[in-house]
Design a protein around this ligand. Sequence first.
Ligand code: SF4
Ligand code: SF4
Length: 425
Amino acid sequence: MVMVQKDSSGLYPEARLEPKPNEAAKLRPRRIREGPLDAVHVFWLAGMSCDGCTVSVSGATHPSIEDLQNGTIPGLPKMILHHYVLSTESGEEFVENYRMAWKGELESPYVVVYEGSIANEEIAHRTGGFWASMGTEPDPEEPEGQRSIPTAEWMKRMAPGAAAVIAIGTCATWGGIPASAGNPTGSMSLMDYLGKDYRSAFGLPVINVPGCAPQGDNFTETVAAIFYYLQGIGPIPDIDALGRPAWLFAETVHRGCTRGSWYEEGTFAKEYGDKECLVELGCWGPVVNCNIVKRGAINHVGGCMEAGGVCIGCTMPGFPDKFEPFYTEPPGSIISTTGSKALGSFIRPLRKVTQNSQNREPRWDAEHDVPSAWSEVGEPGPVKKVEEWLYRMWQGTNGERPGREGKDRNWGGTRPGRDEDYPTG
Ligand code: SF4
Ligand code: SF4
């Protein structure tokens, strides 16, 4: 048995290896039939994963896995999903489908999805083991023996013939937690594993749908966009420089966050459970590309800040190492929070003046009376009136003030049940 020693920084030497494109990248992509297609196979493989991606994808609703499988989306071919958790087949019968895809024996094109990061199987092989495998086959190193087939090897076999390869979740897209500092597995992302030159049979590089776990609809929507392209009725999906669907990952969390206005007014949560912006508790939202608060975690409900949690940057290539320690104020946010606190201390009172004014009907102003039975909503006092007048004068210095003055009003005479006449004109 070969014992692999950690170096002085606690890493195994292989974990430091520069990832190299494997042989799959050098293979010439196979030509496959283009649309119209009745069905597309989707083969799911898992490496160093917690199965969280599977959980979130099975909860997707727009579209759902069932929508894709049943072919209920107009124009889309049916998805035939081969998944070790969701498929009804098991054992050799299940694995045989993967062999058929690898050998080009399927009638329909296929897409390969990889969940989890790809470990360096050479490390495990030295001690006769493996990190992540699926199925067995005769072992060339041991007559009459069987070997487990690493899922990384399945990827190497299937990638050249795939219509598209999708990395799902941050482990597959960027290496994620299994590739973080101190790991003994030499894990890497799918992009690092297949290399820059990899192209699918349809000419596509690896498509990345990050997140730990990813938002499920982000994945199913990407699959639908790819299917439209394979079907020949949609364009090549709009993918950004890092291989992410651009329409899903172009904006920062902060830009869609329902707590953003607290940030802008310089008001911040002091502890979990507070309603304000969470940046001082460790939120990285202003610099992280993610749409979860806009889209919700499942069925448009939830999402990190909606559930009271900070953003720890789980969709980003630098996650987790560059975001640790979690739950402490991100460096740099001190500049923007100090700025927004200073501006907010000036802006908030002015907004309150406007809000107080806009919270009254013009009729109430004219009558000097607010007929609410819920509480005493009194006339503003002299100080507030002067404050409001000054502010309105100032608002008007740059042009016309908003709103129509009372003199343009027709109050319509007497209100039923009241004796007084109301001013007209
Ligand atoms: S909670 Fe985070 S994402 Fe939301 S406004 Fe604050 S800093 Fe931005
Ligand atoms: S908001 Fe941040 S922590 Fe939450 S899913 Fe998006 S990137 Fe991950």
